[in-house]
Design a protein around this ligand. Structure first.
Ligand SMILES: [Cu+2]
Length: 139
């Protein structure tokens, strides 16, 4: 009886010392190769000033995303508010457009740390119902 308990305990200890770290390592290794999937939508703030003027601003939501350096990223942007948002991403060759009711997918990887902007060229400034500018923070 004592032998069975001993074997059982040794089995458990072996699992945590030997097998579990291997399992974890494999899992971590696989995650490193996977691309990071981030989802965004286009949104809109609207309001009225005291003198009755309608004001609005289109936005990327979330407005800031964090991305590890050297990681492949797949970014999905779904158009909710606004008919069309042509955009570019600094530090890449990406130029594309998000349309209402459609999903736009772009892929990129940053090898340098920094803050890169995603800029909608139709709503870049306050005067153009923006600023529709998002920030990609690469660390
Ligand atoms: Cu826009």
């Amino acid at each position: 009886m004592k032998k069975i308990v001993k074997c059982f305990l040794i089995g458990i200890i072996c699992f945590f010392i030997v097998i579990d770290p291997i399992t974890l390592e494999l899992a971590e290794g696989n995650n490193e190769n996977e691309e990071l999937f981030i989802q965004m939508v286009t949104g809109e703030f609207s309001s009225k000033t005291d003198d009755g003027k309608e004001i609005e601003a289109y936005r990327w939501d979330p407005g800031t995303i964090f991305v590890p350096k050297g990681k492949d990223v797949k970014l999905s942007i779904y158009g909710v508010n606004g008919k069309s948002h042509p955009f570019y991403i600094e530090g890449t060759n990406i130029k594309d457009e998000v349309r209402k009711g459609e999903e736009t997918i772009v892929k990129f990887r940053f090898d340098e740390e920094g803050i890169y902007r995603i800029v909608c060229t139709s709503h870049e400034t306050i005067e153009q119902n923006g600023p529709m500018i998002g920030y990609i923070v690469v660390k």
